[in-house]
Ligand binder design. Structure first.
Ligand SMILES: C[C@@H](c1ccc(Cl)cc1)n1cnc(-c2ccccc2)c1-c1c(C(=O)NCCN2CCN(C3CCCCC3)CC2)[nH]c2cc(Cl)ccc12
Length: 100
């Protein structure tokens, strides 16, 4: 309805609220605040992987996250960025949608 159009106009649409363990990872990558769009969550997770050098320098699609909080959240030692499904499953567990 019109409220939703207003939210979209104000850029507030589709905000998600990460649970604390995920929020801490996003903040380590430079995120501020407590609600984000999914695009922002993905951007900060990518930054986190870069900053923590979790990707393989030679096989750059491979992420080795065992021993890192990211690996704890994903329940994985490693994954390929070519198969995003484990990341989406983790986000389903760690994001709550925000209705304003
Ligand atoms: C398509 C996209 C993606 C996005 C989501 C998913 Cl679930 C899979 C895949 N993607 C493709 N490669 C990456 C990537 C690869 C290595 C290191 C960091 C990021 C990403 C990821 C981004 C991102 O925001 N990507 C922007 C452009 N990337 C190109 C790759 N660039 C680096 C590649 C390694 C060498 C340095 C540049 C960084 C910018 N966010 C992510 C978050 C996670 Cl949990 C996992 C991967 C990514």
């Amino acid at each position: 309805a019109s409220e939703n159009a207003c939210r979209i106009a104000l850029g507030q649409a589709n905000q998600v609220q990460p649970k604390l363990p995920l929020l801490k990872i996003l903040q380590a990558a430079g995120a501020h605040g407590e609600t984000f769009t999914l695009k922002e969550v993905m951007h900060y997770l990518g930054q986190y992987i870069m900053v923590r050098q979790l990707y393989d320098k030679r096989q750059q699609h491979m992420v080795y996250c065992g021993g890192d909080q990211l690996g704890e959240l994903l329940g994985l030692e490693s994954f390929s960025v070519k198969d995003p499904s484990p990341v989406y499953d983790m986000l389903k567990r760690n994001l709550t949608s925000v209705t304003i």
